[in-house]
Design a protein around this ligand. Structure first.
Ligand SMILES: Cc1cc2nc3c(=O)[nH]c(=O)nc-3n(C[C@H](O)[C@H](O)[C@H](O)COP(=O)(O)OP(=O)(O)OC[C@H]3O[C@@H](n4cnc5c(N)ncnc54)[C@H](O)[C@@H]3O)c2cc1C
Length: 412
């Protein structure tokens, strides 16, 4: 067994977190790692992994205990998800989309304001969704991106939902919809359209659209650089009708969540935290002559290799420390400093995962980058982290610079 990414004693994990991470690590090594090359080679969805995750209970990790799940909070989930990412980036990233549909509707909305009647209705609806996950093994995805500025959070989503009878009629298109064709429900963000009024971000709706609803189609090819097992094809919604119970959050709540619980956008980082660790794991195994699939040739005695490994470890420990601090302070209404730290952590994990993988390739050398070994996949998968909206590496830098120099309401 690999050592934990986050040593329970060193990072003072709770007993629950330590146990969850140990189980995630065991599952990753036993189930995810042996199959990871296949999904990558074929750009196919890790169906067999989801069968095992379903059987072993991982789909309900963030559903509250009183609602039948494992009750992991934000940090516990992030720590476990990093262990998944260490062994299969594509599975961890797609699992994250699914888990967010429970984390955001559960723990996160519990922290937000709504009147008692709205809360009771929401709890009733989420029980329905959770029942599908826990009882029927349903998998949810999170297609938000549309190719315009909406996924960056600056304008309203162009996919619209209009009231129609006891439900909504949806029109629009999503790009990069991970789990396309494989999720049972697409948890889309769209804008509720009121008559001819201009679309507003305040009217964002979060709806669960069944994959077989008339008018839903999966379109386009999927042959990307990395994260190939995510199968992030396009989704089209042509006059798709869903009942009111499809609401994963009450109207207006997503807008409140995005403003008051900004760490919600950090959930893409655990996968890349795991990939960063995987780059160092590989390098150490390889230089010691212990990487399965390679001859037992040792390269660890060269000072240049030792320096490279030392630099990688320093970068990894810096990344872990900042990320751990940021995921530990996630919650409602964070201070400005905490939000800046979260953005810095997001930027650091995404950029450093790619930098560590690149350094691993340079340090280990030519034979290490053959496609028969995991490093080549880690290198490509890790490159995709910085591109994830709304907190891409560029947008993090934009916001950190602006918000460090300006207080609310200030302008030049
Ligand atoms: C493997 C993979 C899986 C994905 N899975 C999902 C998924 O399941 N669901 C989902 O919703 N999306 C998903 N995405 C999409 C992802 O979150 C981004 O939406 C997508 O990568 C953006 O691509 P784009 O070319 O449209 O970027 P653009 O919007 O053209 O942006 C290009 C770059 O410009 C910068 N930029 C963008 N907007 C602004 C702005 N307003 N101001 C300043 N700079 C800006 C950003 O740094 C961005 O990286 C996935 C992407 C990948 C690579």
């Amino acid at each position: 067994m690999d050592v934990p990414i986050f040593d329970p004693r060193g990072f003072r994990l709770t007993a629950f977190e330590a146990d969850l991470c140990a189980r995630a690590r065991e599952f990753g090594a036993r189930v995810l790692a042996p199959r990871a090359a296949q999904w990558d080679r074929e750009a196919s969805f890790p169906v067999a992994n989801y069968d095992d995750m379903r059987r072993e209970g991982w789909l309900g990790i963030c559903i509250g205990r009183e609602e039948g799940g494992w009750g992991a909070d934000f940090r516990a989930y992030c720590l476990a998800a990093a262990e998944f990412g260490r062994y299969c980036g594509a599975t961890a990233l797609t699992w994250n989309m699914h888990v967010c549909s429970t984390l955001w509707t559960g723990l996160l909305t519990d922290d937000l304001e709504m009147d008692e009647e709205t809360r009771a209705t929401h709890r009733g609806r989420r029980a329905l969704h959770y029942g599908r996950i826990l009882g029927e093994g349903a998998v949810f995805s999170q297609p938000f991106s549309e190719g315009g500025a909406a996924a960056a959070g600056t304008v309203a989503f162009g996919t619209t939902a209009t009231r129609d009878g006891a439900g909504f009629r949806i029109k629009g298109r999503k790009i990069f919809a991970s789990l396309a064709g494989h999720a049972d429900f697409y948890g889309i963000l769209c804008t509720e359209q009121h008559d001819e009024e201009k679309l507003s971000r305040r009217d964002t709706l979060y709806l669960a659209v069944p994959k077989d609803a008339p008018g839903v189609s999966v379109e386009g090819e999927w042959d990307p650089l990395g994260m190939r097992g995510t199968v992030s094809r396009n989704l089209a919604f042509r006059d798709v009708w869903v009942p009111e119970e499809a609401m994963l959050m009450p109207p207006g709540l997503y807008f409140q969540a995005a403003s008051r619980w900004p760490h919600m956008f950090m959930t893409l980082t655990p996968t890349y935290m795991g990939l960063a660790q995987a780059a160092l794991d590989f390098t150490i195994r390889y230089l010691r002559g212990e990487q399965p699939g390679t001859p037992p040739v040792k390269r660890r005695m060269y000072p240049t290799k030792q320096i490279a490994v030392a630099e990688m470890r320093v970068m990894l420990e810096q990344t872990k420390a900042l990320w751990f601090a940021a995921v530990s302070e996630a919650g409602p209404d964070p201070s400005k400093e905490a939000v800046l730290r979260a953005l810095a952590a997001q930027h650091t994990v995404m950029e450093n995962a790619a930098a560590l993988a690149a350094k691993a390739v340079r340090t280990c050398g030519g034979q290490a980058m053959l496609k028969t070994l995991p490093l080549e996949r880690i290198f490509r998968d890790s490159r995709c982290g910085s591109l994830m909206l709304p907190w891409t590496a560029e947008l993090c830098i934009d916001r950190i610079g602006r918000d460090s120099l300006y207080e609310k309401g200030e302008a030049d």
